[in-house]
Write a protein that binds this ligand. Structure first.
Ligand code: ADP
Ligand code: MG
Length: 244
């Protein structure tokens, strides 16, 4: 459903993605790991047009997109069919949990207010956050805010959902609830690209794990291949740093 070819990204003279090729099947869960600065966030951001790549092509759901030359309707299409969960939740501080979700449904998806509220409540229920629907982000823990972030992303019914280190900013005791919600999302069959260093989660959920290093995919394969028998010495070193 998503095929990326030869993706390059430069910030000034600094080339941070150096020719990424990645094919993602419909319903597939791909976990992306790699050291800090290896280009994981940039990769996700080039896919959903938060950044414009310097070069590369993408076929998304049959639509051919030049990653360095986005057309207006490509941008619109990606906006309608992808969503992202961020490390720092990115909730609107002055909106309640419910309003954080209805906002996009009303303004991006053109839903009526009534319908938007129904959808938002259903997804808050799904992430265990319905009781908090009238609360503001400052009243919630990081884990609760992230569960609202996930509800918001799901409510847009994307064809692919991307997570960028969704649990990295959380206190350790809050990580489990968020990962459980993500496991549930995975069971629903949606296509997922997840940047995370939660190895146990990756082992359970990933169809494939991709290891990114200095802007290239060092290796990609099943959790067994990557976690048990990493071929690349840098991958081995990476996992020993994670104490895995
Ligand atoms: P990761 O998510 O793997 O930690 P990033 O994709 O955030 O890595 O960053 C990859 C590289 O790109 C890093 O060297 C980072 O400093 C650089 N970079 C990221 N965003 C910007 C930006 N907006 N401007 C300039 N350089 C950036
Ligand atoms: Mg990052």
């Amino acid at each position: 459903m998503l095929s990326i070819k030869n993706l390059h990204m430069k910030y000034g003279n600094n080339e941070v993605l150096k020719g990424i090729d990645l094919n993602v099947k419909s319903g597939e869960k791909i976990i992306i790991m790699g050291t800090s600065g290896s280009g994981k966030s940039t990769l996700l951001r080039c896919i959903n047009h938060l950044e414009k790549a310097s070069d590369g092509e993408m076929i998304f759901d049959g639509r051919h997109i030049s990653l360095n030359n986005w057309k207006k309707d490509d941008i619109q299409y990606i906006r309608l069919n992808t969503s992202m969960v961020f490390q720092n939740y990115n909730l609107f501080a002055h909106k309640t949990a419910l309003e954080n979700i209805t906002e996009g449904l009303i303004h991006v998806r053109n839903k009526s207010k009534k319908e938007a509220i129904e959808i938002a409540e259903a997804y808050l229920e799904k992430t265990g956050m319905l009781e908090w629907k009238n609360s503001y982000p400052s009243m919630m823990s990081g884990g609760q805010q992230q569960r609202v972030g996930i509800a918001r992303a799901l409510a847009l019914k994307p064809k692919i959902i991307m997570f960028d280190e969704p649990t990295s900013a959380l206190d350790p005791e809050l990580v489990g609830d968020v990962l459980n919600v993500m496991r549930q999302v995975a069971e629903d069959g949606i296509t997922m690209l997840v940047v995370t260093h939660e190895v146990a989660f990756a082992k359970d959920v990933a169809d494939r794990i991709a290891i990114l290093d200095k802007g290239v995919i060092l290796e990609i394969g099943s959790p067994d291949e990557i976690l048990k028998n990493p071929k690349n010495e840098k991958t081995q070193r990476f996992f020993s740093m994670l104490n895995y």
